[in-house]
Design a binder for this molecule. Structure first.
Ligand SMILES: *[C@@H]1O[C@H](CO)[C@@H](O)[C@H](O)[C@H]1NC(C)=O
Length: 320
């Protein structure tokens, strides 16, 4: 039977997140998979943070950025996965409108800051490779701290503006969100208020906050790659490339998934495809980053090897 929409009547206070459907045989498997992913993500990023903080060789701007990126990644998955896990384990799929808006707010702030931080990382690599003689002057601990703070603050401000508009919305009619977390567009679709202003403001902020960093990142990497290709010695070229290949991989994966989701029209795509892509950028991306840094970045790799050796020496000494 069709549900009759009763506008301006009792506003909805709870949503139902449909998640991955309600096949009971699938829930234990999904819980296990997401629990494992969450564990690996938090452990991997914590490892990076510990290495960056503890190893003096990594006390340079580039790794401060990487350490801060790991902090963001932990916050990012923590804004989504624990709630999803709880609902998979308990079978309770309701979420209050308030906590839904809080989730959108957290998720938005963290992704905006991450996008800006990735730009800062590309800028750092650009200075190191294209202006090596001025690098020490242009990028020092203080500049780095300002850039990191700037990323956090602008991400926070942008999302606060959107959130002020969002918190005034009333919801009525359908309660069901066909997603596994409160994403922006599926949620505001359920509002019975006029959302045009909100959408316009969000579009402007998102365009400034995502497009501009994306273009800056692209320009930095074009400069970097042309500079690397101009290096005449093979060894020099390899050395320059090795310092930025891991960032390049991370940035490519990040923007690749973002563009796939937001640029290609997915309105007509089946919901399951949409969810699958969302899993990729909300759940898998944060897990992949530490793996890339540990495996592909020589200095992090070296630092990890030393830490493992120290640890095993320590354990041997205690066994004797
Ligand atoms: C984050 O950046 C700040 C400023 O550069 C730095 O002091 C701090 O150590 C970084 N945090 C991590 C975990 O790397």
């Amino acid at each position: 039977m069709e549900k009759v929409e009763e506008r301006n009547q009792t506003p909805i206070v709870e949503f139902i997140l449909l998640g991955f459907g309600n096949g009971p045989e699938l829930q234990p498997l999904l819980s296990l998979v997401f629990l494992a992913i969450y564990f690996v993500t938090v452990a991997g990023n914590l490892l990076i943070i510990v290495l960056v903080v503890a190893d003096r060789h990594l006390h340079i701007p580039m790794y401060y950025f990487v350490g801060n990126l790991s902090v963001l990644e932990i916050c990012y998955t923590s804004a989504i996965l624990p709630r999803l896990l709880a609902s998979l384990l308990t079978g309770d799929r309701t979420v209050s409108v308030k906590s839904c808006i809080v989730q959108i707010y957290l998720f938005g702030t963290i992704s905006a800051s991450e996008c800006l931080l990735l730009t800062a990382i590309s800028y750092d690599r650009y200075l190191a490779i294209c202006h090596p003689l001025h690098y020490a002057v242009l990028m020092n601990g203080q500049v780095c701290a300002w850039l990191v703070a700037g990323c956090w603050i602008s991400g926070f401000l942008g999302c606060t503006i959107v959130n002020i508009f969002m918190s005034q919305l009333q919801f009525c009619g359908s309660q069901e969100i066909d997603h596994f977390f409160c994403d922006f567009s599926p949620t505001i679709k359920l509002s019975c208020d006029d959302t045009r202003t909100l959408e316009l403001v969000t579009f402007i902020i998102a365009a400034l906050g995502a497009l501009v960093p994306c273009l800056l990142t692209l320009v930095s990497y074009v400069c970097i790659i042309t500079a690397i290709l101009r290096i005449s010695s093979n060894i020099g070229r390899q050395k320059a490339f090795s310092t930025c290949s891991s960032h390049l991989t991370v940035v490519t994966i990040y923007y690749g998934t973002l563009i796939t989701i937001y640029v290609f029209p997915t309105a007509n795509a089946p919901a399951i495809l949409n969810k699958l892509f969302s899993v990729f950028y909300t759940v898998l991306n944060p897990m992949i980053n530490p793996i890339i840094y540990c495996l592909r970045n020589k200095e992090v790799n070296e630092s990890l090897r030393k830490a493992v050796m120290k640890l095993s020496a320590f354990r041997q000494r205690h066994r004797m």
